[in-house]
Design a protein around this ligand. Structure first.
Ligand code: GDP
Length: 528
């Protein structure tokens, strides 16, 4: 198959939700429906590890599994689907956000009993900022849940995009009769059970006005009927361009644990979600079907064996075709690498990869040659934009217990900072302790543990008064200098020496914004 044809059949998406909404279950079922049955067990294995997430040793033991299961590839209806997991709340970190930069669409799972929850909102904000198209799956209709119409308006309020129901539930909990497919004008009757691996043998009843459905499902159907009429009048038509622009989300209802509504999601991915698009580099726009390979490291994960300090760089292929044994140039250093043990994530088994195309994710084991944000090409110097660093929301000051190890602390923190495990800020004022910034609490524990095991440094983490950071820039260098001089106590530099303003409250940031109109504050810094 030609490169353009291979690219056209790729779908790369992230699955996002608040913990316990059913993301793991749905992931498992998507793989099951796509025919990758053997892997269902390893998704569970990863899930089991999460309960011990506060115990970092335990996480490390399980890390091999999570490396493999955070990216999954499957084939469905002639499409190659790459599914990227976003970690749940306990292992929430910047990685979670960065995964969203490597996808072309997102699948949002909502627990119908809980509606839109905080973790989902955080992730959605990132999707919104990038205009990522979102498909919505409302889960757990086999339970007594919230009114579907309320869920629609809640999602619309939080997403700021139009919700277009493609299906509608008939009843819920004990009276859950199935879902009515609004576009095909037919009802799919609910059957509970894990045994279903496809929709093939389902009972389908045509026609919203069909008296047979009304008779069989009674008041549950009467209600659904009214709601569907209402939706047909009130919601706009589905507009594919608006979906691709992140302005509309198609919505599906189901019950993941009962394998119900799963195939509709897979079909939506194939029929609605976009294939890989162009990516912007500083030099030019890179088309996915160009013959030459290029890719970006969007995640670096230390591997199973800490003694070897080997890492897997997760690379999203941006263009062309990757082949085993190919020579690649690391744009940042100009170094050439020739990775032979590149892994793909097909069906969850970490397999040696022979080829990959734009949209695919490949894993390259290395010993630190590859860093977050690195671009790999066949020789061209490219720097992709848009790999973001997010302003941390949690801060801790860090000191070394044994002053003789100060240098090791700096080395360790620089490397961990480059890897993206944590953000490190060096205060401008002399004598201040280094500051660590994170978006998830677990990042601190992980860093303290890794400093000890990998760099032999016992670090002491201490509370910090800061609660927010903003990178800043100014058109006028004089304004910049004045701001930095007058606020020296609140200014720190990150790993690439970009200056940031640290504040202990939103009010303090507001005051700075009012006093210094010539300064622009940024909640996100792009790599580079
Ligand atoms: P995650 O934290 O989002 O990955 O959620 P899980 O997939 O682990 O699901 C959380 C809990 O909800 C588990 O106990 C699942 O068995 C349960 N669950 C998932 N899907 C459904 C569903 O469709 N109906 C019901 N009743 N429970 C579900």
């Amino acid at each position: 198959m030609s490169i353009p044809d291979e690219v056209k059949r790729r779908r790369t998406f992230a699955i996002i939700s608040h913990p316990d909404a059913g993301k793991t279950t749905l992931t498992e079922k998507l793989l099951l429906f796509a025919g990758a049955i053997q892997i269902a067990g390893s998704v569970k294995a990863r899930k089991a590890s999460r309960h011990a997430a506060s115990d970092w040793m335990e996480i490390e033991k399980q890390r091999g599994i999570s490396v493999a299961s955070s990216v999954m590839q499957m084939e469905y209806r002639d499409c190659v689907i790459n599914l990227l997991d976003t970690p749940g709340h306990q292992d929430f970190s910047e990685d979670t956000y960065r995964v969203l930069t490597a996808v072309d669409a997102a699948l949002m799972v909502i627990d119908a009993a809980n509606g839109v929850e905080p973790q989902t909102i955080r992730l959605l904000q990132v999707c919104r900022a990038r205009n990522t198209p979102i498909i919505t799956f409302v889960n757990k209709l086999d339970r007594e849940v919230r009114e579907p119409l309320d869920l629609v308006s809640e999602i619309e309020d939080h997403l700021g995009m139009e919700v277009i129901p493609f299906s509608w539930p008939v009843g819920m909990g004990r009276s859950f009769g199935g879902v009515f497919d609004i576009r095909r004008d037919q009802m799919r009757v609910f059957r509970a059970g894990e045994a279903r691996h496809s929709n093939e043998n389902d009972e389908l009843i045509p026609g919203l006005e069909n008296p047979e459905i009304a008779k069989r499902f009674g008041s549950a159907f009467t209600k659904a009927h009214e709601e569907i009429e209402l939706i047909k009048e009130a919601s706009p038509e589905f507009d594919h361009a608006a979906f691709l622009a992140g302005k509309q989300t198609p919505m599906f209802f189901g019950s993941a644990i009962n394998n119900f509504g799963v195939q509709e999601v897979l079909d939506a991915l194939v029929d609605l979600a976009p294939s890989p698009g162009p990516r912007t580099a500083l030099q030019r726009e890179v088309q996915p079907d160009e013959p030459k390979f290029s890719g970006v490291v969007f995640k670096v994960q230390a591997n199973m064996d800490p003694a070897h300090r080997d890492r897997v760089a997760f690379v999203r292929v941006s263009s062309g075709r990757f082949e085993r044994g190919m020579r690649l140039k690391v744009a940042r250093t100009g170094k050439e690498i020739r990775p032979n043990n590149v892994v793909s994530f097909l069906s969850q088994r970490r397999e040696l990869l022979d080829e990959a195309y734009a949209g695919d994710i490949i894993g390259i084991p290395n010993h630190g040659v590859l860093q977050l944000g690195d671009v790999l090409t066949e020789g061209e110097s490219l720097q992709f934009t848009g790999l973001p660093f997010f302003a941390p929301e949690l801060f801790q000051a860090v000191e070394v217990k044994d002053p003789l190890r100060t240098k090791q602390l700096r080395i360790g923190l620089t490397q961990l900072g480059e890897e993206g495990a944590i953000q490190v800020f060096r205060p401008q004022a002399a004598g201040g302790a280094l500051l660590l910034g994170a978006v998830g609490q677990l990042q601190f524990e992980v860093v303290a543990h890794r400093l000890k095991t990998e760099y032999g440094v016992e670090a002491r983490l201490m509370p910090s008064r800061y609660t927010m950071a903003r990178w800043f820039t100014a058109e006028d260098p004089k304004a910049m200098r004045k701001f930095m001089d007058s606020n020296a106590a609140n200014i720190a530099h990150d790993v690439v020496d970009a200056p940031a303003f640290l504040a202990s409250s939103p009010a303090q940031l507001r005051v700075a914004q009012e006093l210094y109109p010539g300064i622009t504050f940024h909640a996100m810094r792009e790599h580079g």
